[in-house]
Design a protein around this ligand. Structure first.
Ligand SMILES: [Zn+2]
Length: 393
């Protein structure tokens, strides 16, 4: 804000922006004699530590020529009507401003640091304007996260066909109500509801479309660490830290059945009308209601996930670093996958194109990446010689 020297009247300063052009507008008297009551408009080149053309082009390319705002990602370049022309709708903005008085200005930076590419972010013009208009909402740290995510996405998508690209996940719903960690979640067969297992000693049924908690399943004496929904969607099984397995009717909070896996940290899945449980003891047990039908020692350490594959087969992920596939009723191990150097926390099965089936698993503790393996592949040895064959181990 500037104050008029003669009339004591405050005049609005021109809007400033980290994404603005290199000229700014200043009101002043212009030192005219005799003094006039009408302020004159003077264009004063503001001192800005602007990016050079090479830096701007590099920022655009590093973002894949897309806006870096996670829920936008709009393309920023395309053809003009002229056959030799192109249109750019992107702006290279400063994460901390290029000039004093502008958004997120950091006085501790030197001029070369302000115009360094590390201080840049590629956005579409709409997002550039938004980011500078609401400075309290968009902090420098958040903008740095956008840039890192946008460049990671551009790197992942580089050279891949459009259909194979992964896109930014867009948050549609946040379901709240649990009062402690959530360990497991499954989606009902109709895709409309989800069931969660929590450290708050409950499981819960959620309406995904309307953000509603429809039922809280009670009766667990310790943390609920695993849940599964029956194929008909009518029953929910929960595995507990103390080894208890509880079964609920889908809309009823009190359990119908309670029994114990026999060891702590029970993990559960449905196999037809039966429940399969795994736990710290490495045993896989098959139950109908609370009656034990079959038990087999299948892992050398704790079972951390049990996943049904259909057609009666079961996949198990274990602390012993392996994933194994079982024909449980035949008591046969069909497959054994090795290659992880730590316990395997989870395994899920996805149908791929042309009936291909892939096995995905998360790496214990590191949380870095995942691996997908073709059905029947067996992996041994070092990273570079992991594919040892197909058709069983
Ligand atoms: Zn945008």
């Amino acid at each position: 804000m500037l104050e008029h020297p003669k009339r004591g009247r405050r005049l609005r300063q021109a809007p400033t922006s980290a994404f603005a052009s290199s000229l700014s507008l200043h009101f002043g008297t212009g030192h005219q004699y005799p003094p006039t009551l009408t302020p004159t408009l003077v264009l004063v080149p503001a001192h800005r530590d602007n990016f050079d053309a090479q830096t701007k082009a590099l920022l655009a390319r590093r973002a894949g020529d897309r806006c870096s705002k996670p829920d936008c990602r709009a393309p920023t370049s395309g053809p003009s009507l002229l056959p030799a022309g192109a249109i750019n709708l992107g702006v290279a903005g400063h994460i901390t401003a290029a000039a004093l008085g502008r958004p997120r200005y950091d006085p501790s930076l030197t001029a070369p640091q302000r115009r360094c590419i590390d201080n840049g972010l590629w956005l579409c013009q709409v997002c550039g304007k938004l980011v500078d208009s609401d400075v309290s909402r968009f902090t420098a740290d958040e903008l740095r996260q956008w840039r890192a995510a946008a460049e990671a996405a551009a790197s992942r998508e580089l050279g891949k066909p459009v259909g194979a690209r992964s896109h930014f996940a867009i948050l549609e719903h946040t379901l709240t109500g649990h009062t402690n960690y959530i360990w497991d979640v499954v989606v009902t067969p109709d895709g409309r509801r989800a069931i969660s297992a929590s450290n708050d000693r409950t499981a819960a049924l959620w309406d995904l479309a309307n953000d509603l908690r429809l039922c809280v399943y009670r009766g667990a004496e310790t943390e609920v660490c695993s849940v599964a929904i029956s194929a008909d969607g009518g029953r929910v099984a929960g595995g507990c830290l103390n080894g208890d397995v509880l079964v609920w009717a889908v809309h009823r909070p009190e359990p119908l059945v309670r029994f114990s896996h026999g060891a702590s940290d029970a993990k559960v899945a449905w196999l037809g009308g039966s429940i399969i449980s795994g736990g710290q003891d490495g045993y896989l047990r098959l139950w109908t209601n609370d009656r034990l039908r079959q038990e087999d020692l299948v892992h050398e350490a704790a079972i951390l996930k049990v996943a049904p594959l259909g057609s009666g087969a079961i996949a198990t992920a274990s602390e012993d670093t392996t994933i194994r596939v079982w024909a449980l009723r035949d008591r046969r191990q069909l497959r054994k996958f090795t290659g992880h150097c730590g316990g395997v926390n989870s395994v899920a099965i996805a149908d791929g194109v042309q009936g291909r089936c892939e096995w995905f698993n998360g790496r214990h503790r590191s949380g870095l990446g995942s691996r997908s393996w073709p059905p029947g592949a067996c992996f041994r040895g070092s990273q570079r010689s992991r594919v040892a064959g197909r058709g069983g181990c």
